[in-house]
Design a protein around this ligand. Sequence first.
Ligand code: SAM
Ligand code: DTB
Ligand code: SF4
Length: 331
Amino acid sequence: MTVRNDWTRSDIQALYDQPFLDLVFQAQQIHREHFQANTIQVSTLLSIKTGKCPEDCKYCSQSVRYDSKLEAEKRIAVEKVITEAKAAKESGSSRFCMGAAWRNPHERDMPYVLEMVQEVKALGMETCMTLGMLNESQATRLKDAGLDYYNHNLDTSREYYSNIITTRTFDDRLDTLDHVRQAGLKVCSGGIVGLGEGKQDRIGLLHELATLPLHPESVPINMLVPIEGTPLANVDKLDVTEWIRTIAVARIIMPHSYIRLSAGREALSDSDQALAFMAGANSLFSGEKLLTTPNAGDGRDKQLFEKLGLTPEKPKPSVAELSTDAMSLSA
Ligand code: SAM
Ligand code: DTB
Ligand code: SF4
């Protein structure tokens, strides 16, 4: 099947509206044509600068505008990041994703993040960052330092967007994605469901992602984690089948992309998670914490993987491990 960037909203709506089991079945068939079955990519997140973000994203614990009771922290030391990255690799994670509560990185932050990328990369992990908006030069410097992925979500449909964020526009987000692509970085971009949006907005988000000039290599589909003190704290909970439908449609229309079962997984039963994998999700965040909220945790994931017969994708060997191997070969 060729990759299409010309999906129409009505194509996507027709997929979305199928009987649930037909949709999940079709998604699993497409999944198996493009990916190894029963294999899952595992990423670990770390917040490198927490809280006091000037943006007003209504779902977020880190916005300075809401009283979420989150304790803000200054930039954490690069050595601490490396310790966490090593532990993540040890527990089977292949990608380390570093997030900062910034509108965008300031120039004074660039040496800090560039050093971090170089050091995490040298461990043999894939690197990912999510630092807010990027200009072209910042994207290029991150790429040159060894960054593999940049995460920047569209979050929701263009129509619903201004109900959720007013401090940056939907087009600002598309501009950042363009800078990331132009720099040769891989794109991680998805959104959130359960923000009080309608089905048309979930379809609109999927449509925007699947009609980008190139599909994002990685598509996180988050479910809102309601945060006390934020405007979305008490929004009606979205039925989990709507989340799974969104995942299944993403799998069908972006067949080569990793679809990530992202924030909100902690609240899912093992069988709901199994259904999401059946719908084509093949990536997740491991570890006890996402950026600021609790996550499923390694122990629970290990049991889940064993129960379902899932194998995590292997982390690559580090530069140090490769040179040790080379030395033992030549000895
Ligand atoms: N500050 C940067 C930015 O917004 O680009 C990076 C970090 S931000 C926390 C990354 C993404 O996490 C957001 O775009 C949103 O999709 C997701 N996210 C944040 N808070 C969430 C929540 N409470 N529930 C679900 N997803 C959330
Ligand atoms: C993404 O789409 N989800 C991750 C990652 N990209 C950076 C973040 C989820 C954050 C959930 C709320 C929190 O822990 O603060
Ligand atoms: Fe800031 Fe990112 Fe949270 Fe928005 S999602 S308030 S930009 S940390």
